[in-house]
Design a protein around this ligand. Sequence first.
Ligand SMILES: *[C@@H]1O[C@H](CO)[C@@H](O)[C@H](O)[C@H]1NC(C)=O
Ligand SMILES: *[C@@H]1O[C@H](CO)[C@@H](O)[C@H](O)[C@H]1NC(C)=O
Ligand SMILES: *[C@@H]1O[C@H](CO)[C@@H](O)[C@H](O)[C@H]1NC(C)=O
Ligand SMILES: *[C@@H]1O[C@H](CO)[C@@H](O)[C@H](O)[C@H]1NC(C)=O
Ligand SMILES: *[C@@H]1O[C@H](CO)[C@@H](O)[C@H](O)[C@H]1NC(C)=O
Length: 306
Amino acid sequence: MAPTSLTLLLLCAPALSFALDPRASARSLNSLRRRDDRNVPPAGFYNPTTAGGSMLTIAPNTGGLGEPLNVIVSGHSDPIVLVDQEDAGGLRNYFLSVGFAAECLGQHAGDAQTANLGDGKGQVNETSELRWDYGDPQLGTCTETIKGGNHFRYWIQDGSNANSGAIFMATSYEKPIQDGHDIIFNGYNLGRDWLVGNATAQTSLIPTANITNGTTYSGQTSFGGYTYKTNVVYLSGILSNSSAGVNHDQTVGNKNTLAVDGYVAVMTISVVSKPAASNGALSPSPISSWSLLAAFLAMLALSLST
Ligand SMILES: *[C@@H]1O[C@H](CO)[C@@H](O)[C@H](O)[C@H]1NC(C)=O
Ligand SMILES: *[C@@H]1O[C@H](CO)[C@@H](O)[C@H](O)[C@H]1NC(C)=O
Ligand SMILES: *[C@@H]1O[C@H](CO)[C@@H](O)[C@H](O)[C@H]1NC(C)=O
Ligand SMILES: *[C@@H]1O[C@H](CO)[C@@H](O)[C@H](O)[C@H]1NC(C)=O
Ligand SMILES: *[C@@H]1O[C@H](CO)[C@@H](O)[C@H](O)[C@H]1NC(C)=O
């Protein structure tokens, strides 16, 4: 082996051993946790309407109409669930356990909706949109895009004025693409309850018309080695019981069925079990790209030396 490539290898060795040291990953995980400077009120979220925000989104090209934020993931949920990622049991892994996945092949049809959660960030674009995956996390959301189905857009209440970390979701059940993706009749309330029904593993439909303030559901779901328990409580008095300002309100409701029944489903999610190897050693960190670079340099050194 040529002396230069040996030097390269020796240079790489500390990086390699650092990358393989589980304590290094544990340290970076701890520093992530320390950055959690949320201030969660007893309710698990701040009511956006008390600080200039709204419980309705604004949909583009509607003259200011919007959709109800009818599901809230409480800031009292396990902190790993409140991170918007699929890795390490995060929010997207949780929603895969419920049956919702990212949009078809990374596409996003249409302009973003915006919402103001009263956290000081003002009116901001949706963080993302997830769709019912028809049992197929890879391609099922393509079916949803064509056939319609349940879906939601979400926003995170993490601005400095109201940093609860809660996730606010505008949930609705949409028609097939040839119907212009309108919402089905009663589709805001039904979309909420079918999501809650799946998140709490109900064997029968939640009776939407029978919900009262304080109705609860509870159950478990699993994905990627994580098992979650979701406790849901329905609350009135946060979202208006009204069609005013609601997009599609003519077709979603009628005289007897309000487009928005005024109930918000507040979900508190805990982690019941996680994969044995998830205690930090496999968590992604900037170090892993260094170890890749180190391995690459080592290979380069070896090939140069022959
Ligand atoms: C919000 O989304 C629209 C597309 O719907 C995009 O044009 C705009 O740049 C986004 N704004 C921000 C701040 O990301
Ligand atoms: C689960 O979601 C699917 C798709 O939206 C729906 O057809 C089904 O009724 C839901 N299950 C429950 C128990 O709500
Ligand atoms: C809903 O309420 C009606 C009467 O108000 C009752 O007859 C029905 O059994 C209830 N359904 C469920 C599933 O609880
Ligand atoms: C619903 O119940 C909660 C307590 O669980 C209460 O704080 C709230 O005021 C009630 N809503 C209405 C509109 O009475
Ligand atoms: C919403 O309004 C209707 C009609 O006024 C009423 O029957 C219903 O109890 C209200 N629901 C809530 C959650 O306030």
